[in-house]
Design a protein around this ligand. Structure first.
Ligand code: ADP
Length: 168
């Protein structure tokens, strides 16, 4: 069985990456936004964009195009339109894969304790967060939800204490 270290080693780009995180309606309705944001923040990811918005059928058809033939497609879209969501962009070295590991696998019931879905979800669908799954998807998704001026570049004062200088 592959260890988390093996998985991370295979995926590491050693590059600063941006990734999209959506706090789903279940998270907003269960008043968990602060707790979930805290998970990403305390990991050391830099928050570079955040806003609340309603998702539309149009945007979800694009966002979940890979699920369009699935029998549960409409149910997933309805769930994502049940209340506003909070859309975030986080940045860090290998952030895309690190954020996926933090989130855990799709089905909350099968997610390990310690992951966000493992700690907060009992569902395949109501699973707290969406996270980008690879570099191409992350770039497309960030552009879908954020205008360039809605993303912020600023000095993260803790940066030198988060990484060794040969890690990126
Ligand atoms: P992930 O969110 O882990 O990247 P997918 O991109 O495969 O997973 O699916 C997108 C979303 O669709 C999931 O987060 C979940 O809300 C929903 N979903 C996926 N598969 C199922 C399923 N078998 N039953 C119900 N909902 C599902």
């Amino acid at each position: 069985m592959k260890t988390t270290f093996d998985i991370l080693s295979e995926h590491k780009s050693n590059m600063l990456e941006k990734t999209l995180v959506i706090l789903k309606p279940c998270t907003v309705q269960r008043s968990l936004c602060g707790e979930i944001l805290h998970r990403f923040e305390r990991k050391g990811l830099r928050l570079v964009g955040m806003k609340m918005q309603w998702l539309t059928d149009e945007i979800l058809n694009e966002h979940y195009a890979h699920l369009s033939t699935k029998p549960f497609f409409q149910r997933v879209k309805n769930s994502m339109m049940a209340s506003p969501v909070v859309v975030c962009c986080f940045e860090g070295v290998d952030a895309i894969h690190s954020v996926r590991l933090l989130a855990g696998p799709t089905n909350g019931r099968l997610a390990d304790p310690g992951t966000i879905r493992g700690d907060y979800s009992m569902s395949f669908q109501e699973n707290i967060v969406h996270t980008s799954d690879c570099q191409d998807t992350a770039a497309t998704e960030i552009a879908r939800f954020f205008k360039p001026e809605e993303l912020f570049d600023y000095k993260q004062v803790s940066f030198d204490y988060l990484y060794a200088n040969d890690e990126f």
